[in-house]
Ligand binder design. Sequence first.
Ligand SMILES: O=C(O)C(=O)C[C@]1(C(=O)O)C=C[C@@H](O)C=C1
Length: 276
Amino acid sequence: MTRKVGYLGPQGTYCEEIALSLYSDTSAALEPFAGIDAAIRAVASGEVAESIVPVENSLEGSVNITLDTMAHDVNLYITKEVVLPVRHNLLAKKDSQELVAIVSHPQALAQCRKTLAKLYPQAKLKPVESTAEAARIVASGDGFYAAVGSEKAGHIYGLTVLAANIQDNRANSTRFIGLERQPAASLKGKCKTSIVCQIHGEKPGSLCNILQEFAKREVNLTRIESRPARTGLGMYIFFFDIEGSIKEDNIAAAVRAVQAKSLWYKNLGSYPVYHL
Ligand SMILES: O=C(O)C(=O)C[C@]1(C(=O)O)C=C[C@@H](O)C=C1
């Protein structure tokens, strides 16, 4: 049976670019989804074997819907991480008018905020589900809108590039993850491990106490992110990204110790890291 791989669609998103680079030489069938949460849930329901979704951008930080869906709504494993340098373009119809609005994924708009304010101060910024959906909307509109997206999205939807490289920072890059129902089969090369937990937060030093489990075993963390626990105001869950795989004894021991000290804990898996 053909392996199905979901991504945030429609055709022409950065998620699709990642999926194509991973699976173009195989028989995987790529399936677009209208939202990040829909792409993730499709893995949990068995509709697809894997989905590719964004998790963090170097300028704008976490993609919250990805973190929240993984923590609260599904039980899936991260099986790969792919880092993509993101170069945004302003895409419009050939006969475009003075721009009334610029549409895109909220993360993409935020990554270009200063540049867009300088170039088109009059234009309103309108968030939509993805950069390619923005290009599709602009292509079917009346010429008063432009989209922030990839050059490829411009080609697909027949738009011209009004301005290239409009991200506010040259180092703009996004981390994408593959999510599956089983943990990664192979852990070769550079790997990371992710966990999420809720800890007893009332006592002073609670977070420090958890962090010491990593420090005393010389386990390096690459990221800590907190999100609302959804159990009350001021209650948080913490995501930890760890350098290395769970096959390493010190990491396995640190993770076990953190689990034992947590009110709630979820293993998000160990996975290889790739750069495009
Ligand atoms: O809309 C897309 O093309 C996406 O793949 C989503 C997304 C994101 O959510 O971060 C991915 C990369 C860019 O950073 C901007 C948008």
